[in-house]
Design a binder for this molecule. Structure first.
Ligand SMILES: [Zn+2]
Length: 170
């Protein structure tokens, strides 16, 4: 990480010596991108979970049977420092066919490829439709590439969740 940032700063200084100018916006944007990239690489390492120990290779299933550990599976997740991969144990219940990723529940990334931090951002920018504005805001403010559809979906899902909680409180 430090090496990449150093290389980037050397290029900035070389440029400044050449033309005597510093384009602050270009430098700050590129620096953020470099730091995000380093953060995403670190996060990907952190999100490599190990296969369970021999005595922890089964989990209770909702159907009453047990799900057995199958293998490590990975999926992409967009985090606030950019795209990462999470690799975690997969369990399958043979009698009912239901799969489980206990790590996804722990990390709050069940059935989604967006981290909790990114979902919070999407919900925030999704409060004002049209959702394409939200996509552009995330690009400028957070340096994140998301689709208009994902802003819409997350905003709706979080909206529905809030409405349901309010209903329950009533
Ligand atoms: Zn089952």
């Amino acid at each position: 990480m430090a090496r990449e940032v150093n290389q980037f700063l050397s290029r900035v200084f070389v440029q400044r010596r050449k033309d005597g100018r510093t384009d602050l916006e270009a430098v700050e944007s590129a620096l953020r991108a470099a730091l995000h990239q380093a953060g995403a690489a670190a996060l990907t390492e952190l999100l490599k979970f190990e296969a369970p120990a021999a005595e922890q290779r089964q989990l209770p299933c909702r159907c009453g049977h047990h799900a057995q550990y199958q293998e490590l599976r990975s999926k992409p997740v967009l985090t606030i420092v950019g795209p990462v991969r999470v690799s975690r144990p997969y369990y399958l219940c043979a009698p009912c066919g239901a799969g489980q990723f206990p790590v996804d529940a722990e990390l709050d990334i069940e059935n989604t490829e967006f981290s909790p931090g990114v979902r919070r951002m999407q919900a925030l920018v999704g409060q004002q439709a049209p959702f394409d504005h939200g996509r552009k805001q995330l690009k400028v403010l957070a340096g994140l590439e998301v689709t208009t559809k994902s802003v819409e979906r997350t905003a709706e899902a979080i909206g529905a969740d809030i409405a349901q909680r309010e209903q329950e409180e009533i």
